[in-house]
Write a protein that binds this ligand. Structure first.
Ligand code: PHE
Length: 407
């Protein structure tokens, strides 16, 4: 092991200019809270899985979908991006948005990263479940690691047009070039796409009803993903606001062709488990999912996934706010996510939120300064001023590692 290497799960990766994983984030590997019996994320996961087991069965009554929830969270750039036709330079590849081990490997940013390998292995219907990692802002709904369920269903011409086999799901010419046409890909027939869209939306709408009740208010919003076309988001009206619960669409045919499947078309979706669990159980803060506190976990301990559960806050301990201002480096190589990670590495889960409250550029020398307000709060006790000051001072003392100078 060279000192320049990064060691993760007993494997050494050479460090390079892309490396930005933090010790805090490496520490999440293997926690597998979504596999922990009666953990709220596990309960929601089970409800979603059961919906698919029930909705899609073969002639013998056995479930069509297989579940894959032990896939390794460290993936290659080609799994996470290239295999999904995400172009070079696409914003989702940015260093400021992902946890890279080096320029070849990263902590998967979505479960879709495994789509290609599972299709290549010959599966037609499957669910992929696991932890995903993204650099983001810090507040009660964002955390550097969260969980997703992704799904794929592939369908052949005979399955799709059972009674009328003169219909074809492919257009003459089989053109898979990207057109940006929201209605359909050039290689697909409109009949096929509409049938698939119907099955996809109906399946997900039934899932929404199953989770949020039959009167759930919902809407479909057109969107764009590099790996599906057309693409949609499902939004649910909950607590007076529209919240996005999943992304989905008709899979790019080029992805299937590349995986060796030339005679099927498919749909795919990906949904976030934390958001669902927070709505369903009224969990107010995403950090709670990582708590080992029995005051939290015991509220789910003897529950089944079909039970109605409302989380009762253990108690709300007071917040403590501190500001920090610093000059950004002249190199221009700075993103707020760099500061969020640095602060999170020191303050951990004691930091509830960080807001950028002032962004100022001095007209004389062109130097930019940022001021952030850090909200500290412990989930299980009241923090003393001394404890908070110690952490805040420590954060002030290391901002120079990013080339910044405290004002
Ligand atoms: N991977 C997408 C995301 O993380 C979700 C998605 C999966 C969308 C599959 C379409 C198809 O937001």
């Amino acid at each position: 092991l060279k000192t320049s290497d990064i060691e993760i799960l007993n494997k050494a990766y050479p460090r390079d200019e892309f490396s930005n994983v933090t010790t805090k984030v490496v520490g999440f590997l293997g926690r597998n809270i979504y596999l922990q019996p009666h953990h709220p994320l596990n309960l929601v996961k089970q409800r979603v899985v059961n919906h698919f087991y029930k909705s899609f069965v073969n002639r013998r009554g056995n479930p069509l979908f297989s579940v894959h929830e032990q896939l390794q969270p460290i993936v290659s750039v080609s799994q996470n991006f290239d295999s999904l036709l995400i172009p070079e330079g696409h914003p989702s590849r940015n260093k400021s948005d992902c946890y890279y081990i080096n320029k070849h490997h990263l902590f998967r940013a979505h479960m879709t990263a495994h789509q290609n390998e599972l299709i290549k292995s010959g599966l037609n219907e499957f669910l992929m479940i696991g932890d995903v990692y993204r650099r983001d802002e810090i507040d009660r709904t964002h955390y550097p690691v969260f969980h997703q369920i992704d799904a794929v269903r592939l369908i052949s011409n005979a399955q799709l047009f059972s009674e009328n086999n003169s219909l074809n799901m492919f257009e003459e010419g089989n053109n898979t070039a990207f057109t940006g046409n929201q209605e359909k890909q050039a290689c697909h027939s409109l009949e096929a796409v509409k049938l698939l869209e119907y099955e996809l939306k109906e399946t997900l709408f039934q899932l929404a009803k199953e989770l949020f009740g039959k009167d759930v208010k919902y809407r479909w919003v057109d969107t764009v993903f590099p790996f599906t076309q057309p693409s949609w988001e499902l939004e649910i009206f909950h607590n007076d606001e529209w919240i996005e619960v999943l992304g989905c669409g008709i899979m790019q045919q080029a992805i299937l062709n590349n995986a060796g499947v030339k005679d099927k078309i498919g749909w795919a979706f990906g949904l976030g488990l934390e958001r669902l669990a927070m709505c369903l159980y009224k969990i107010p803060d995403i950090r709670l999912f990582w708590s080992n506190d029995t005051g939290f976990l015991n509220q789910f301990k003897d529950k089944e996934c079909t039970d109605e559960i409302t989380y009762v806050p253990i108690s709300q301990f007071p917040q403590c706010k501190h500001d920090i201002s610093f000059w950004l480096p002249d190199t221009g190589e700075y993103s707020s996510n760099d500061f969020y990670d640095l602060a999170r590495n020191i303050g951990g889960d004691l930091i509830e939120q960080i807001e950028l409250i002032d962004n100022f550029t001095n007209p004389k020398n062109g130097k930019t300064s940022h001021c952030y307000r850090i909200t500290y709060r412990h989930m299980e006790k009241t923090l003393t001023h001394k404890e908070v000051n110690k952490i805040h001072k420590k954060i002030e003392s290391v901002v120079n590692e990013m080339g910044c100078t405290v004002r």
